[in-house]
Design a binder for this molecule. Structure first.
Ligand SMILES: [Zn+2]
Length: 437
């Protein structure tokens, strides 16, 4: 009875407050839904932030906003293999009239230029109404650009612009541990400069025999940098010092347009240049001297009429003096060999080459220090090396003990000019050293 009464009572109350209950339920539900939604939104924002943090996406965004916003746009196009200038133009979203105008200009003006894979062509584009090319910059070489400029009416102007290069001087020094080459590379010196350095001393120094542990070098050389601060080219070695067993071999660069001098001189104004270099190869090890020896292949004692320099396969071989190539071909036991006639008295032979340098053939004139071929082991040879012979008046002589007349000595007014140049170089050197410390 009580039970039934209670049931009825509750039922009545429910009928009375049912709508409120439903309302409360809905309120609760919406709170749950809203908070869930808030949470979802938070997560969404988080993930969006993560996407924005992704650099790749940032880049994409950047390029989208770039193409959307500014009026002027710069496209640096990296040329792919096999592409022509026309196929590159077709990739640009410009009007056909525009493309035709450029191509017509190139044809009508008979403009010739080469484009290469991995070369960068820069297009400057005006986005005002329709995309319109303002300028095209095509690099011709390291120092020059070909530039097409669009005049208002789609007619083009062509000019060749020399890039602005800055000439800077660099000072480097190092102890020589294993080889000059290794210790120079260790100091990030460009191989071109190392070769130049070895060439300058090639008359005086045998880079294998004369260099001992704890010898050292100092060098001041010139570098040409472009506007991106990249080294484009090298100038002269202004100063060089090779300190062998505590003895300095200092050289100063000196040039005189009037007297056609462009050379290195020791502090007393004496040129280090001689008719022939002692070592026509860099970083080599003298492996067999001139004289009697047991032949490594034939096995019996035989006069070795040259000097052998062991060096890795492919090491460049230089002409030890200027002259005319009188042979570049097969020499039997000597394998691939080059013979150079320097003057009436001297000629030199370079044997066992793996290959000849480009353009080296009979009758060609070569300069001292010019690369004529590469170390190999062709002919009668047990391993990669250069067999080098010096012939004086038809007779083979020992290149390593050969005393050649020394070069020019600066005198008079030239000597005074040289002294001045020397002081300037010394000042420059100490400034560069100060900057490093
Ligand atoms: Zn030999």
């Amino acid at each position: 009875m009580v039970n039934k009464f209670l049931k009825n009572y509750l039922f009545e109350k429910f009928r009375e407050f049912g709508s409120y209950l439903i309302l409360i339920f809905l309120v609760l539900l919406s709170i749950i839904v809203i908070s869930y939604h808030e949470n979802f939104k938070k997560n969404q924002i988080n993930s969006l932030e993560r996407i924005l943090d992704n650099t790749y996406f940032q880049k994409t965004l950047l390029s989208i906003s770039k193409t959307l916003n500014p009026r002027f746009e710069k496209i640096v196009y990296l040329i792919e293999s096999g592409e022509s200038f026309e196929t590159i133009l077709n990739k640009l979203e410009i009007q056909k009239v525009e493309k035709k105008a450029i191509l017509d200009h190139i044809i009508n003006e008979k403009i010739k230029f080469n484009i290469y894979e991995n070369q960068k062509i820069t297009f400057e584009i005006d986005n005002l109404t329709k995309k319109k090319i303002k300028k095209i910059i095509i690099p011709i070489n390291k120092k020059k650009d070909l530039i097409f400029t669009n005049n208002e009416n789609n007619s083009y102007d062509t000019k060749i612009l020399t890039k602005e290069l800055r000439l800077i001087s660099v000072y480097k020094e190092n102890l020589i541990k294993n080889s000059l080459y290794a210790s120079a590379i260790d100091k990030n010196i460009n191989p071109n400069i190392i070769i130049q350095f070895a060439q300058i001393y090639g008359f005086e120094v045998d880079f294998q025999r004369d260099i001992r542990k704890n010898d050292s070098f100092q060098i001041v050389f010139e570098e040409y940098k472009n506007d991106e601060n990249k080294t484009i080219d090298f100038g002269n070695i202004v100063y060089a010092n090779l300190i062998l067993k505590g003895r300095s071999l200092e050289l100063y660069y000196f040039n005189s347009d009037k007297e056609k001098i462009n050379d290195h001189f020791d502090p007393s104004g004496q040129s280090i240049k001689k008719t022939l270099m002692k070592t026509p190869i860099n970083g080599a090890r003298l492996s067999s001297s001139y004289g009697m020896r047991k032949h490594p292949i034939l096995g019996y004692n035989k006069m070795h009429q040259g000097t052998d320099f062991a060096a890795p396969l492919g090491t460049p071989i230089m002409a030890s003096g200027s002259g005319v190539v009188i042979k570049a071909g097969w020499c039997g036991g000597g394998g691939n060999c080059v013979k150079i006639k320097h003057n009436k008295t001297y000629s030199t032979v370079y044997a066992h080459m793996s290959k000849f340098a480009k353009g080296i053939k009979k009758g060609v004139r070569v300069a001292q220090g010019q690369i004529i071929g590469f170390v190999g082991s062709t002919g009668m040879s047990t391993g990669p090396h250069l067999h080098y012979e010096v012939i004086r008046n038809g007779k083979k002589i020992n290149s390593q003990t050969l005393k050649l007349p020394s070069g020019k000595k600066l005198t008079g007014e030239l000597r005074e000019d040289f002294e001045l140049a020397k002081i300037k170089i010394d000042v420059l050197k100490s400034e560069l050293i100060d900057k490093q410390n």
